[in-house]
Design a protein around this ligand. Structure first.
Ligand SMILES: Cc1cc2nc3c(=O)[nH]c(=O)nc-3n(C[C@H](O)[C@H](O)[C@H](O)COP(=O)(O)OP(=O)(O)OC[C@H]3O[C@@H](n4cnc5c(N)ncnc54)[C@H](O)[C@@H]3O)c2cc1C
Length: 571
């Protein structure tokens, strides 16, 4: 390290985009005298990876707009020595040097502090023919330009392999440009981190955009042809494609650093709370690192721009102000994506993560409007929230809707970071006027339902348990007869909630000793009915999220499971 009047600290940074460039900029602001060298393998630094799909869609028309900074501007403004075309191929921790490959040969560059922010590369699954020139990832400016040029050349058919965030952004972009687009996803649903009930509205929206979604199947082979490639799926389907986007996930780009002894797990570098790796004077941030999930305490990689940027900044602090540097908070994985007219967002743990970690929890589902129902343009937010059974701590949330989703998920992300409980959510003082929200904001409502569940005022049953419920309970549907006729569970008893108090004997006879499982359209009326039943001594529970969540959970099978007047008459 630099001592007063001694040589300047040399900070070498590998990777010149999100984490790397944040670190470089912060380091300069902290220390005018430091020598800061950024080594970037590619042609560009500081480019907007997150904006790439929107160049393909045409919304960001000029690819130059994706270049947030250039080496020249970074040199002028921050006195950074940014070297593109510099591929770090080795690390010698004993000599404190990196080995760099450039167009003119290999060289060694010494460091006092080394920051690794090499990001991730596209995973390449075992698919024959993946080397076809019609296959491209979407990770670089060059990829986006290539795809946009393909679109502009008039190609007609695209296949996107993988329905994660980048896959769906690519599919949406290609469909917006008029290509017949198919998405192939090995998992049983799109956006696999979403709880299943939120994935179905997304699939419906993709269908509305004209995108053909194939879930539960994978590409096996790509057969090159003179005019188009053929993608062979493992269900036997053959699809023709002019362009194929490979978006089946990412893997940390850590080869040379692991080889040099940086401790890693599943290919991602392990760091402490200040981003320090297992090697002295070597830090790492971003997609190439693994972090501890603050909710489940499980170690997993988080490939998101916000955590990479913030970690880069804090690592600069740790290098230059070690006594004062704040620890890097482990990321919650808060994320958001636009799919057509819908916004899909999530924060914290999903149901699978909670189950895998053995965390006893409740989930509440709500469908409140994003703003006052009487104000024009009201539309529902399908919101679910996981809370810890022990004390109501907020563990995670997911939401889908056409408006207001971002605000609610960001508020809940803040609540999780602040270790709030559902009771705290009720007390949040959120902005309101009719065009923006409601006097009881969806987040406040989620807190109210959550506390009701926690203190036993409300008892819920869940759509994913419907088979068990049908086998063992009386289903009491408290919607109006007209709503009931549009689709109901088999053998359900229909008594509108307004009539329930006078017809409890009828329920008792129909239940014949079985528990009563109540439902309505969204869970509001069934909550009232549950309170009536519970206080009359019934073993009762209300369907979380009501028929809306049930239909979303049943997905494509809903029409086969639910009976209408017509289907009921046939049986
Ligand atoms: C199409 C797309 C859309 C995305 N959208 C979003 C979004 O909407 N929201 C969000 O939060 N995140 C999004 N992300 C993810 C986000 O971009 C990453 O999480 C973030 O950029 C990670 O930062 P990083 O510094 O770890 O890696 P990167 O920003 O990827 O930077 C790594 C850089 O290191 C260089 N490099 C790698 N190895 C070497 C080496 N050995 N020598 C020299 N240079 C090297 C690479 O060339 C690369 O330029 C998106 C990513 C993509 C590809």
């Amino acid at each position: 390290m630099k001592t007063s009047g001694g040589p300047a600290t040399r900070i070498v940074i590998v990777g010149g985009v999100a984490g790397g460039m944040s670190c470089a900029a912060r380091a300069r602001r902290l220390d005018e005298s430091a020598e800061i060298i950024v080594l970037e393998r590619g042609e560009y630094v500081s480019f907007a990876n997150c904006g790439l799909p929107y160049h393909v869609s045409g919304e960001i028309d000029d690819a130059d707009d994706l270049l947030v900074q250039t080496p020249e501007r970074l040199s002028a403004a921050l006195n950074l020595d940014v070297r593109t075309g510099h591929d770090v191929i080795g690390l010698d921790p004993a000599a404190r040097e990196v080995v760099v490959r450039t167009a003119t040969g290999d060289e060694r560059i010494g460091y006092d502090a080394l920051v690794l922010s090499p990001g991730a590369t596209a995973a390449r699954p075992a698919i024959d023919g993946l080397d076809s020139p019609r296959v491209r990832t979407l990770r670089t400016v060059g990829d986006a330009i290539w795809l946009r040029d393909s679109v502009d050349s008039g190609v007609g058919r695209a296949i996107v392999l993988g329905a994660g965030f980048i896959g769906l952004e690519a599919a949406e972009a290609l469909a917006l440009q008029g290509l017949h687009t198919t998405v192939v996803e090995f998992a049983g649903q799109v956006l696999p981190p979403l709880d299943a009930e939120h994935a179905w509205p997304v699939e419906e929206e993709l269908a509305r955009l004209g995108i053909d979604v194939r879930t539960g199947t994978a590409a096996r082979q790509i057969i090159e042809g003179p005019d188009a490639d053929t993608v062979l799926l493992d269900d036997g389907t053959r699809l023709a494609a002019d362009v194929i986007v490979l978006a089946t996930g990412v893997r940390p780009d850590t080869g040379p650093f692991e080889a040099a002894g940086v401790a890693a797990e599943r290919g991602a570098m392990i760091v402490d709370e200040h981003g320090r790796t297992s090697l002295d004077r070597v830090w790492a941030v971003g997609d190439a690192t693994i972090s501890v999930d603050p909710v489940t305490r499980v170690r997993r990689p988080v490939a998101l721009a916000g955590p990479a940027n913030r970690a880069g900044r804090l690592v600069a602090d740790d290098i230059l102000r070690p006594g004062q540097a704040r620890p890097i908070p482990p990321p919650l994985g808060t994320s958001i994506v636009r799919v057509g007219a819908l916004t899909v967002a999530m924060t914290g743990a999903n149901r699978a993560a909670l189950e895998n970690a053995g965390i006893d929890h409740h989930t509440v589902h709500l469908h409140p409007n994003q703003h006052a129902g009487y104000f024009p343009g009201a539309s529902p937010i399908h919101l679910s929230l996981h809370l810890r059974a022990e004390d109501g701590m907020v563990l995670g949330a997911q939401a889908v809707g056409s408006d207001g989703v971002d605000k609610r998920i960001d508020v809940i992300a803040t609540a999780i970071r602040s270790r709030m409980t559902v009771a705290d959510l009720i007390d949040l003082d959120l902005s309101y006027s009719p065009p923006y929200g409601a006097a009881k904001d969806p987040v406040n409502l989620a807190g109210m339902v959550g506390t009701n569940v926690l203190d036993g005022t409300m008892r819920l049953w869940y759509a994913h348990d419907v088979d068990e419920v049908l086998a063992s309970a009386l289903v009491l549907d408290v919607r109006s007869p007209r709503e009931f006729a549009t689709g109901h569970l088999p053998n359900a008893l229909n008594i509108a909630h307004t009539e329930l108090r006078g017809r409890l004997d009828e329920v008792r006879r129909a239940a014949d000793g079985r528990p009563v499982r109540v439902l309505c359209a969204s869970g509001v009326r069934s909550a009232i009915a549950h309170r009536v039943l519970a206080q009359a001594g019934f073993d009762s529970a209300s369907l979380s999220g009501g028929m809306r969540t049930l239909r979303a959970t049943l997905g494509a099978t809903a029409d086969a499971v639910l009976q209408t007047e017509e289907t009921a008459a046939r049986v």
